[in-house]
Design a protein around this ligand. Structure first.
Ligand code: SF4
Length: 372
């Protein structure tokens, strides 16, 4: 069996175990892999790249609809590259992790400017695209062009750590590099795309994070975790640092049929999306403190609003942050002077404005805002 080039700096998995792994996995893929995905078998590098970017940190069920919407709106990389930023952000709205959307646009424009609008059939050139990491580069290279590059993500690390009985944390650099070298060694070179699809599907449906299906697993005879009954303890992961806690309350003065929004800038979360007047506090605030905030008093002629609606707290979990807060809506009798950066927006236009998901959810639940 032909294999990927081994990394000479890393110890290799035993040949017999490696052979058994690849043969069994490919046999399972041919006869027993029934996982369906909308982009399975896709050979168009644009579509593969798009699906991979959308699926980063997104469940397949959620990403599927976005993928289809993007393909309908931008059927090729040139149409995406030529699209206005605001239009693409609007289409991305709700997926979160907006850095992905910014990178999507930059990469599409790179393909047009550097490669004449054609995805390069070269792993290094694909890896050089904005927002494309080793996993996505391997996926596009192997699925679209049959290039011999093994995908390595959390699924693959789990399968390899269990099969080879790796007791060290897969988050440690040397361990991860060793497993990446092994993954490359295990690659089935006759069909790298099929191999990558096989190991991704196998990790998602058989060697799952919880309750792996060891009783029906074609790799069980060679699996160290199964032999030692430690499937549930592997892979070992390093504890993640606690999320940073932030409190972000929003104040929404509704005047007639308008309310103020501003575009978020800087290097913070939700860049390029729009938000109501933000009050960020170092500590959680209650409703009374929010009503007495100087920014709100300044907008309401120096006094707290007598009548207002305050939402229940929302909580947004991001990768490294937990953001909580509430929305306070009031109706001033005179048009308030807005803090710098905000502008009045007609409430009827909200559906076409790109908003963070929690802000969109709030507006969706308060569709009667314009009824003064
Ligand atoms: S035997 Fe169990 S733990 Fe081992 S590879 Fe198969 S499903 Fe995973």
């Amino acid at each position: 069996m032909k294999r990927g080039n081994p990394d000479k700096t890393q110890p290799s998995p035993p040949d017999a175990a490696a052979d058994f792994f690849t043969r069994s996995l490919m046999r399972w893929h041919k006869h027993d892999n029934h996982r369906t995905m909308p982009w399975k078998g896709e050979r168009d590098p644009y579509r593969i790249w798009l699906s991979e970017i959308i699926l980063q940190q997104t469940r397949v069920e959620q990403g599927w609809a976005y993928y289809e919407r993007f393909i309908r709106t931008y059927p090729d990389v040139r149409s995406l590259a030529a699209a206005p930023d605001a239009e693409v952000f609007k289409l991305w709205e709700g997926l979160g992790y907006y850095a992905r959307c910014r990178n999507l646009l930059k990469a599409a424009r790179q393909v047009v400017s550097d490669h004449g609008g054609v995805f390069p059939p070269d792993h290094g050139a694909i890896l050089a695209l904005q927002g494309v990491g080793p996993y996505t580069a391997a996926a596009v290279s192997s699925f679209a062009f049959g290039l011999p590059h093994a995908v390595v993500d959390g699924n693959v690390l789990r399968v390899l750590a269990r099969y080879f009985g790796v007791q060290e944390s897969v988050d440690e650099g040397p361990v991860r590099r060793r497993l990446e070298a092994w993954a490359q060694r295990l690659l089935y070179r006759e069909d790298p795309g099929a191999y990558n699809q096989a190991i991704m599907d196998f990790g998602a449906t058989v060697c799952k994070p919880a309750s792996p299906k060891c009783a029906e697993c074609p790799l069980a005879d060679g699996c160290q975790a199964f032999r030692l009954s430690c499937q549930d303890e592997l892979p070992v992961r390093t504890a993640k640092p606690a999320r940073r806690l932030r409190w972000m309350d929003y104040v929404i003065p509704v005047f007639g049929h308008e309310l103020p929004l501003r575009e978020r800038t800087g290097r913070d979360v939700w860049r390029h999306l729009f938000e109501p007047i933000l009050i960020e506090s170092p500590m959680p605030t209650d409703e009374t403190e929010l009503c007495a905030h100087p920014m709100l008093l300044a907008m309401n002629g120096g006094s707290a609003p007598g009548v207002y609606e305050c939402s229940d707290p929302y909580v947004q979990l991001l990768t490294h942050q937990q953001i909580s807060g509430r929305f306070l809506v009031f109706r001033p009798v005179t048009r308030p002077l807005l803090p710098d950066g905000y502008q009045w927006v007609d409430i009827a236009e909200l559906p076409s404005v790109a908003l963070p998901r929690h802000v969109r959810q709030f507006f969706d639940r308060h569709s009667s805002l314009s009824a003064g």
